[in-house]
Design a protein around this ligand. Structure first.
Ligand SMILES: CC(C)(COP(=O)(O)OP(=O)(O)OC[C@H]1O[C@@H](n2cnc3c(N)ncnc32)[C@H](O)[C@@H]1OP(=O)(O)O)[C@@H](O)C(=O)NCCC(=O)NCCS
Length: 341
């Protein structure tokens, strides 16, 4: 079957947006409580050494009751807006990427929009797990260029500690909490490259919450459905496939690894990051995000958190060329080259 373009009908007025879009500001919120491996190991019969060797993680942060998905999103957004020099009332779209906003409806985004002070903004959540932030950046770029919005707030936020079992050996030491945000708006130069994204639904079960709500309610002792992961298979898939996706994102943006200043992959596992860097033959001058060491895997929040840290530490400076590559449950993935704000 082939599709065909529409050729008939009354022509309607359409909008034209900015010629180009870019990330104008980045913000982050890290929960106060640091949780070292020592606090995790007993319940999963593990060790600090094993966790560091296999994943790179030394500590992570878990949110307390006041550090809700919405509160962390608002805090990260304020930082991004401040860096961008954009008044909250100018934001006309808020996109929250998350899998751990525990209300089925309404979205977290409407509350975030209200709390930052922009009640007129379009606001919605997206569910693309660890790839959510890069999906959001792609949407925001197209909204700005298509004329549907001028300033878009993209937030990646998780409280994975709510949906991770402390006794699950395959996940308890990996997942953590936090929020990162970016303001996307008009740019006089192209500053967000084309997205390379996709999914592999055949691998739907590799990372998922174990039960849906019906199964939970049907059980004798209902507990919060928690994340389960076939880590080994995810590891092989990511190490093998994501370098190719990253290379396509570079090609489509018209740059090579030599032009790159920073590599900001999803902070899933330092060994996956190493495998990607090797496969892409990243030159020694490219700075690589290693936020996972003390942030753990914060899913949708991991890339903005890692980028914010690189900027704060002076590893990424304004105008640098950065490659973002995100992948996770679904399985789903998205990658793009961006200019550091
Ligand atoms: C989870 C992960 C770190 C596990 O590492 P791994 O090397 O694949 O570990 P394996 O499952 O093959 O297990 C290796 C050994 O460690 C043991 N092990 C598993 N979990 C352990 C733990 N938490 N502590 C100590 N030992 C553990 C296993 O029992 C096994 O022992 P054996 O060799 O005696 O049988 C790794 O698979 C991974 O990072 N996967 C991808 C995670 C990811 O990216 N997730 C997010 C995507 S968004």
């Amino acid at each position: 079957m082939t599709g065909s373009d529409r050729t008939t009908g009354r022509p309607l007025h359409t909008e034209q947006g900015a010629a180009y879009a870019g990330i104008l500001g980045i913000g982050a919120y890290r929960p106060a409580r640091l949780v070292p491996n020592a606090e995790i190991v007993e319940a999963i019969d593990s060790s600090d050494e094993w966790i560091q060797q296999r994943s790179g993680i030394k500590t992570r942060r878990f949110a307390d009751d006041s550090e809700t998905v919405i509160a962390m999103s608002v805090a990260a957004s304020r930082g991004a807006l401040e860096q961008a020099g954009v008044d909250p009332r100018q934001v006309d779209c808020v996109i929250v990427a998350t899998v751990s906003h525990l209300l089925q409806t309404p979205s977290a985004a409407t509350a975030v929009a209200h709390e930052i002070g922009t009640d007129q903004a379009a606001a919605f959540d997206i569910s693309a797990a660890c790839a959510g932030f890069c999906h959001g950046i792609a949407l925001a770029s197209d909204l700005v260029r298509g004329g549907s919005a001028r300033y878009v707030l993209v937030i990646g936020v998780e409280r994975l500690s709510d949906i991770t079992s402390t006794t699950d050996r395959g996940t308890a030491f990996i997942f953590a909490d936090g929020a990162g945000a970016a303001v996307v708006g008009p740019s006089t130069v192209p500053a967000i490259g084309p997205v390379v994204w996709g999914s592999d639904g055949e691998k739907f079960d590799l990372i998922r919450t174990r039960e849906d709500w019906r199964d939970v309610l049907a059980s004798e002792k209902p507990v919060m459905p928690h994340l389960v992961m076939q880590g080994n298979e995810v590891f092989r898939w990511a190490s093998y496939s994501m370098a190719k996706v990253a290379q396509q994102a570079l090609d489509r943006a018209g740059v090579t690894v030599d032009d790159l200043d920073c590599f900001v992959p999803h902070q899933a596992n330092n060994r996956i990051t190493d495998a990607m860097a090797r496969a892409m033959r990243l030159p020694a001058h490219v700075r690589i995000a290693r936020d996972i060491i003390d942030a753990g895997n914060t899913s949708a929040a991991s890339i903005p958190l890692a980028l914010e840290r690189m900027i704060r530490d002076g590893e990424a400076k304004s105008g640098d060329v950065a490659l973002l590559v995100a992948f996770g449950a679904g399985l789903s993935y998205a990658a793009q080259v961006v200019t550091v704000p």
